[in-house]
Write a protein that binds this ligand. Structure first.
Ligand code: DAH
Length: 347
């Protein structure tokens, strides 16, 4: 450095340059970067002057140091001021962008529900599963033999008229009842037998309480000494769990070709508790399923000795239970997948 005048000129130039550059800075980050640039000890305009201090002749050193330091302190202050200003602005923006209105109603995440049919089926499987029943899943296409003949329903038997059948050919049909599964199970295995068989069944039937496709759950127990009392006790357990603790069953005589005796099972009305209401049509009882003692002819046809073994069977309509349980008056609602309906039923 030739002389101090030259230094002053240089320092004034640097100051002017910094002032000029300050107008272009627009964030705390840009202040940081520029400050680094200016104070870099090798390449920085101010930093390098500080570094050169060592080479300055002794007589000039004090004045040199003073002047350079002045500019350095000035620049530091200016940078600090700007940094603070930008930081304040940036914080304001950040707070604004992250602002949360705690009085807003929260967003309810949408989640799926199990269909009422699935709920009832799962609950039914769980209840019988807890009583030791195994699951047998049959097929939706059956032969006439398994769906009717082996269930003691010969060709000309009037019981065939009870179930309008979708025939696929002379021999094959869409099963009209999960009862067909009973035969497969008894043919394959000697007692003790204790199974439930859930699945879809098909009938040419279509009104407010009937659908051409619906779901059933068959139950079959065959062992030594099985009686209608066992059936009643087990069904009482089932209805308490699926409807309510204070619900009980009553059996009414009925007719099914594959059971003898046959019964229609009613539950005490869980809505009016027996007083009589619209749901139970004033009777205090609601019909829920068919059941009976397995007809000896059916056992024998499957190779089971009916002098040694006896059994009971039952058939539950899953949609019927779902309609009763959730107060649905039209079976179509269970097949239309209308979310407005299904969301009301979600458990
Ligand atoms: N399969 C009968 C139906 O669909 C229901 C039924 C009644 C099943 C009595 C049974 C039973 O196992 O014992 O109408």
């Amino acid at each position: 450095m030739a002389d101090l005048n030259e230094l002053s000129e240089k320092l004034n130039g640097i100051k002017a340059e910094i002032k000029e550059e300050l107008n272009r800075l627009d964030s705390s980050k840009s202040v940081f970067e520029y400050r680094k640039l200016i104070f870099d000890s090798k390449t920085g305009k101010v930093g390098s002057l500080m570094r050169e201090m060592g080479k300055i002749p002794a007589e000039m050193k004090a004045e040199y140091g003073k002047r350079v330091n002045e500019v350095k302190t000035w620049a530091q202050n200016v940078f600090e001021e700007m940094d603070e200003k930008f930081r304040r602005e940036e914080m304001k923006l950040r707070y604004a962008s992250e602002k949360i209105d705690v009085t807003m109603p929260s967003m309810k995440p949408k989640h799926g529900y199990l269909h009422p049919n699935t709920l009832v089926k799962n609950q039914t499987v769980d209840i019988f599963g807890s009583m030791g029943f195994e699951i047998y899943e049959g097929t939706e296409i059956e032969t006439d033999y398994y769906n009717f003949t082996a269930l003691n329903t010969p060709d000309d038997h009037p019981a065939r008229d009870m179930q309008d059948t979708f025939y696929l050919s002379d021999k094959f049909l869409l099963r009209t009842q999960t009862s067909a599964g009973q035969i497969h199970v008894m043919e394959a295995k000697q007692p003790p037998i204790k199974i439930i068989s859930p699945g879809k069944v098909f009938r040419s039937d279509d009104d407010a309480t009937h659908s051409p496709m619906f779901s059933q759950m068959e139950g079959l127990v065959v062992d030594k000494g099985i009686t209608l009392c066992d059936l009643k006790g087990m069904l009482d357990e089932f209805v308490k769990k699926i409807f309510a603790e204070d619900v009980s069953t009553r059996l009414r005589p009925s007719y099914f070709p594959f059971t003898e005796p046959s019964v229609e099972v009613d539950v005490s009305c869980f809505q009016c508790h027996g007083k009589g209401c619209k749901l139970c049509k004033g009777t205090g009882w609601i019909e829920v399923l068919g059941a009976g003692v397995v007809n000896k002819k059916v056992l024998e046809g499957c190779g089971i000795d009916s002098d040694v073994y006896s059994g009971f069977a039952f058939g539950i309509g899953i949609e019927r239970i779902a309609m009763l349980k959730y107060g649905i008056n039209n079976i179509k609602l269970l097949f239309e997948s209308d979310l407005r309906v299904l969301e009301q039923i979600a458990e």
